[in-house]
Design a protein around this ligand. Structure first.
Ligand code: FE
Length: 188
């Protein structure tokens, strides 16, 4: 399946290049941008700021697009962001049931599993068992809410700040935040 897809993408790319619709260097530049400049480190900085700055946290929860732009992140696939804060009572998980909508400016390119039909269908029906597959066990009393991304709205999960991190500064906190925690499939 993945190999088929890679072959199809390669075939499509060579046709587009051959016909002059795209320049290969432009494609390379886009890929390099999302692999090197944009990625989960951006989202991690947003999360760390929200942990350390209560006013920023409030802005993030009321208008995530604007709060994320304050840190310099925005653009394609991040025009309408919503931040979801995990608490002991509620845990958020993000999916795109239709395809693979994902907040590129804060998380970079989506992981392969995010695009898999198994994740997309099962997480809606039985989020607790999908989380268990990811090694995440939540207390019985924690409600799990699944959010379906669309072409319009993209989500960033703000994981709970780990205990014992009171002395860490924003940069050290950001280093603790993982991509999967910001999708909701991991805890910190
Ligand atoms: Fe999608």
């Amino acid at each position: 399946m993945a190999e088929d897809m890679a072959e199809r993408v390669e075939a499509l790319e060579s046709i587009l290049v051959e016909k002059g619709y795209v320049r290969p260097d432009a494609l390379e530049e886009i890929i390099a941008t999302y692999e090197q400049d944009v990625g989960p480190r951006n989202g991690a900085r947003v999360v760390a700021r929200s942990w350390t700055d209560p006013a920023y946290r409030d802005r993030l929860l009321s208008d995530a697009t604007a709060a994320i732009a304050e840190l310099g992140y925005g653009g394609r696939q991040g025009e309408h962001m919503v931040a979801l804060e995990n608490t002991p009572d509620e845990h958020h998980v993000v999916v795109c049931t239709l395809c693979s909508c994902y907040p590129w400016p804060v998380l970079g390119l989506p992981p392969t599993w995010y695009k898999s039909p198994a994740y997309r269908s099962r997480v809606v029906l039985d989020p607790r068992s999908v989380l268990a597959d990811f090694g995440v066990t939540l207390p019985e009393g924690t409600r799990i809410t699944v959010h379906d991304s669309t072409a319009e709205v993209r989500y960033l999960v703000v994981p709970m700040r780990p205990a014992g991190t009171e002395d860490l500064d924003e940069e050290a906190l950001a280093a603790l935040v993982t991509r999967d925690a910001m999708i909701g499939t991991a805890l910190l």
